[in-house]
Design a protein around this ligand. Structure first.
Ligand code: SF4
Length: 195
């Protein structure tokens, strides 16, 4: 089986509130957002392969120092990402995905504790901005927690069109999460970019 490639690796504290996360910038995003800060990682083979063996090696290196593994992308190869997420869970770590999609492939949700959705749209602002299209969820609590990224209450008079877009996105992902919660109840499975 081929591997996902990663372009950068970093320990971060702010991207997943309350967790110390080892973050991997996964190569191969195809969304092409204008103003993307990770454009160097767009080629699928940028960086080096993140094989399960290499990931395990890195998790053992950071054992006791991190509580979560954050994947910045990778949902475009859901089977490969699933394999890596399963490995993280077996090591007793929480997991988070930052995706540019409004709703990731449902097969990933049971392996995630946290999820950030929404592509980068500079005119709408970053995660936590009142008009932003991006959302952050605690999937164990089934709660949207974008407010944790809100630094100042500003732009309260955002344009109506922006507010409508935000409500639509929230409804879409809420439906997905609710569906997953039902699946968890009935199957005993688990519940569950960048910018
Ligand atoms: S989703 Fe994220 S990584 Fe992909 S192009 Fe947009 S900003 Fe860049």
């Amino acid at each position: 089986m081929p591997d996902l490639y990663f372009y950068a690796e970093q320990v971060v504290w702010q991207e997943v509130p309350g967790e110390t996360s080892l973050a991997f910038t996964i190569s191969g995003c195809t969304l092409g957002c204008k103003g993307c800060h990770s454009a160097q990682s767009w080629p699928a083979n940028a960086g080096i392969p993140l094989s399960p063996a290499l990931l395990l090696e890195k998790l053992q290196k950071y054992r006791g120092l991190i509580s979560c593994v954050l994947f910045l992308g990778g949902e475009w190869q859901p089977k490969l990402l699933q394999q890596l997420l399963q490995l993280c869970k077996k090591q007793g770590l929480k997991t988070c995905l930052y995706t540019g999609l409004d709703s990731p492939p449902p097969g990933l949700l049971p392996l995630l504790d946290y999820l950030k959705t929404g592509r980068w749209q500079a005119e709408l602002g970053p995660l936590g901005h009142p008009g932003s299209n991006q959302r952050f969820y605690d999937l164990n609590l089934l709660q949207e927690q974008s407010w944790k990224f809100r630094q100042t209450a500003q732009n309260s008079n955002s344009k109506n069109s922006v507010a409508t877009q935000s409500r639509t996105n929230t409804a879409t992902i809420s439906t997905t999460i609710t569906t997953t919660a039902t699946t968890k109840t009935t199957s005993e499975g688990l519940l569950p970019c960048n910018d």
